[in-house]
Design a protein around this ligand. Structure first.
Ligand code: FO1
Length: 309
């Protein structure tokens, strides 16, 4: 059994390669829910949707989120009624949020709703939210404290980051199956996702980090940072705002208490020694995933590495 820890777009790309070479039923994906928010009375789970839409083959590949070919008629009408249009919710995408919200209001947990969505989209992968409890990532900036989506999408990540707050972290429990799958897996993959607001949030949920340390699985991470910058998203701004060096080494350092292998881009060969001095084995390869072949090749490197520890 394989467990992957995942954020949004980078993780989804990697996982779409992985499911080409491992049976879907063998894979559990624990997904960040710190990006979740309520809009128009609907519960939006961006990372869960990015992962499910991508693995179901319906994602808008150009953007990495939303549904391909979606229209935005509902949002345009809402704008006429005076609502803000900063978060682009397509018409088909809205159906997911409406369905999720109805089921949550009926008393189902986010895990149960996610399972239902996966089944209806024909997915056999076990996709789990990191928690069923309220958990939101808020960013402290020079323009004030704001929800992560407001920082990223509404304001284009242009404010200076002063800190990151995981709101709800004290009371959020891991969703059912999260700890069990970490403890039962033979391989745990930390996807190339933001180490602060995607993987950092998952690691902050009670018991997750301890389970990773305890698990006998091979633990392999893929660097989301290449040549000192992320391919997508604000990881560099968040890391430097927290006083961290923006490098592959810095990401490995954040995972040093449980990680066995760190896969970094061949462009970062200069960081190999520093990372290995943490007691973590390194593998250099191409981590830029443009084509399906790139994604499958990266997945093969991870599986190969898991055999030779
Ligand atoms: N990201 C954007 O940059 N702009 C958007 O308007 C936007 C809308 C959106 C709608 C649904 C959804 O599931 C994701 C959406 N995202 C959008 C992506 C998302 O906000 C972030 O990429 C993730 O939260 C980070 O993993």
């Amino acid at each position: 059994m394989i467990t992957a820890l995942a954020g949004g777009v980078g993780a989804a790309k990697f996982l779409s390669g992985l499911i080409k070479i491992v049976p879907e039923e063998e894979l559990t994906v624990i997904v960040n829910t710190g990006d979740d928010m309520e809009l128009f009375g609907l519960h939006i789970s961006p990372d869960l949707d990015i992962i499910t839409y991508t693995l179901a083959g319906i994602v808008d590949e150009e953007k990495g989120w939303g549904i391909k070919g979606d229209t935005f008629n509902c949002l345009e009408m809402l704008e006429k009624y005076g609502y803000e249009k900063w978060f682009n919710l397509g018409d088909k995408d809205l159906a997911t949020h409406i369905h999720r919200t109805i089921l949550l209001k009926k008393g189902l947990t986010l895990s149960q709703v996610t399972k239902d969505i996966c089944r209806r989209l024909g997915l056999k992968v076990n996709i789990l939210p990191m928690t069923d409890d309220k958990f939101e990532t808020w960013i402290e900036t020079d323009a004030g404290l704001m929800h992560f989506q407001e920082y990223l999408v509404k304001r284009g990540a242009r404010d200076r980051v002063l800190g990151v707050k995981y709101v709800g972290v004290e009371s959020a429990k891991p969703a059912e199956g999260v700890i069990e799958s970490i403890l039962r897996s033979s391989l745990i993959i930390i996807c190339p996702s933001n180490p602060i607001v995607s993987i950092g949030t998952i690691l902050s949920v009670k018991g997750v980090r301890e389970a990773l340390r305890k698990s006998h699985a091979r633990k392999i991470a893929i660097s989301p940072i290449i040549s000192g910058a992320p391919l997508k998203g604000p990881a560099d701004k968040l890391m430097s705002g927290l006083g961290l060096e923006v490098s592959a080494f810095s990401v490995a350092y954040l995972y040093r208490d449980f990680l066995n292998v760190f896969i970094l881009d061949q462009l970062d060969r200069g960081e190999k020694e520093r990372i290995e001095s943490l007691g973590i084995r390194t593998i250099l390869t191409n981590t830029i995933m443009k084509t399906l072949e790139d994604k499958v090749n990266l997945a093969k490197v991870v599986l190969e590495a898991s055999k030779s520890i």
